[in-house]
Design a protein around this ligand. Sequence first.
Ligand code: NAG
Ligand code: NAG
Length: 296
Amino acid sequence: MVRRRCLEQRAKQRVTMATNFRISVAASGVLALCMCVAPLRTPSGTTPNIKHIAMGRCFNYITLVNPGIRSDCEEIWQAFEEAVLGQTSCDVAAERYRRMFRAMPQMGACDRFLLWSKTRMLIQDYTAVARDLWTLEDTLAGYMFNDLVWCGQREDSDFNFGSCPEWSACLHHPVNSLWRQASKIFGEMACGNVTVLLNGSIEKAFNRNSMFGSVELDSLNPLRVRYVNIKVVTNLDGPFIESCTKGSVVDLIHILQARGFRWTCSDNDRILTILQCVRKPDHSACRTRADSQAVK
Ligand SMILES: *[C@@H]1O[C@H](CO)[C@@H](O)[C@H](O)[C@H]1NC(C)=O
Ligand SMILES: *[C@@H]1O[C@H](CO)[C@@H](O)[C@H](O)[C@H]1NC(C)=O
């Protein structure tokens, strides 16, 4: 997911920043002065204007995107602040967001749930075309907080706009915790046929540490889900590392079987190949018969 990738990139920047900062502190020896003269503002802190962005998205969602939903954006924001502010950055357990999620009750139509891992780019194209598919980013919570970063601080009642810890550095990171809770609720909600899109061009297409592998999968209820339809998709240029019969996808199938799910698995779904071809029309995998006739 972009948000995850973004966070990883930011985390890397942050490590560099932190190193530089430590060096500058050691050099000057005057922490307070250093902070005053050159306030530590990095892209790795809480997203600037987070309240306006999140609230704007919330009102957009309940007014235009999904007007059927009854949620109070003010109440959601208050519950969000209550979960995050005044806490040490690594001290926000997923449960702290319970009140917030209670303020955004949601139902998804069965057969439309789409779960995915490491296929972000393609997912954006796929959901733009297959409009009836529903991803976590289509829920109110996912929609509001996609791509945002935040953390609080114990010493201050505001967000920390200067820096936030690496999201994977601690179990109870506020961003990670919100997505874990959102993913859990999303998985529990899933019903009918569920589609799972995995990336066959990487090792561990099915990764037990991913949000899908560690939260969503375990939240799926075999009594509500009719089929888990896995689609393994590779880049047009490969590498062709995993498939329905190779690598970690096989482990996923074993887990599904053991838990009593019915499943199907397909490699290189035609629609997904065509979608990739839209971005690379000249790729050899994208030549159609019409093309070769036109060349004659
Ligand atoms: C698979 O993952 C790689 C590495 O993250 C990424 O560059 C590529 O776009 C992904 N492929 C698909 C089909 O999503
Ligand atoms: C659910 O998935 C199964 C297996 O792929 C398929 O046969 C069936 O038509 C699907 N049903 C719906 C409603 O999509």
